[in-house]
Design a protein around this ligand. Structure first.
Ligand code: ZN
Ligand code: ZN
Length: 197
């Protein structure tokens, strides 16, 4: 299962995301560039277990990335770090190297200059982002991602129970406060308020 054509990816991204938009084109290009830099050309086949992707934003482009890499949240191969940046880091676990690819802020301006005759911004960017060279769309940074084995697919360890709410916690997500094992919600990171008695 080597890489598909760009148009095939566009069709898959449209299906996954619900519509096609400049963000999909950008996300596809970003993921393809990441794989190219890592020299991985079979992410759904023989390189399937080598790749982990970190994504730094939850926007349109985000949905296009797993279409190319096959990295999914439910497989623990897609990691979301909410930094509000159109950027992703592609980690090759086998070669032990990682590259962070960041969308360039001036790409929109470049799109305007390339296709001034296209009035619709989304259409203008979709067209330009297909054609622009990688270096005009993205900035590249080789990085080291230091993560414990509990972050990766295939990690197995017993679950522990929170001393406060009793719910089970996987993957070493528990915290210890004054000798008590707590879930992150009970330790103060709760994002919801309970309305049940
Ligand atoms: Zn979209
Ligand atoms: Zn708890």
């Amino acid at each position: 299962m080597p890489l598909k054509t760009f148009d095939e990816y566009v069709a898959l991204a449209e299906r996954a995301h619900g519509h096609i938009c400049a963000g999909q084109i950008l996300g596809l290009r970003l993921a393809l560039y990441g794989l190219k830099l890592l020299e991985l050309d079979d992410p759904l086949g023989k390189h399937r277990k080598r790749l982990v992707t970190f994504i730094e934003i939850d926007r349109c482009a985000t949905d296009a990335i797993p279409v190319v890499t096959g990295c999914r949240l439910g497989k623990r191969a897609l990691k979301f770090r909410d930094f509000g940046k159109v950027a992703a880091t592609f980690c090759d676990l086998e070669a032990d190297r990682a590259v962070r690819v960041v969308a360039r802020e001036d790409a929109k301006q470049r799109a305007r200059e390339m296709f001034p005759e296209i009035e619709d911004k989304n259409a203008q960017q979709m067209r330009a982002y297909r054609e622009m060279p990688d270096a005009a769309l993205f900035r590249v940074q080789w990085v080291r991602v230091r993560l414990g084995p509990e972050e990766f697919p295939g990690y197995h360890a017993p679950r522990v129970a929170c001393a406060e709410c009793g719910e089970s916690i996987s993957f070493k997500r528990e915290v210890v406060r004054e000798g008590r094992v707590l879930c992150r919600a009970c330790a103060g990171e709760r994002y919801y308020e309970s309305l049940s008695p």
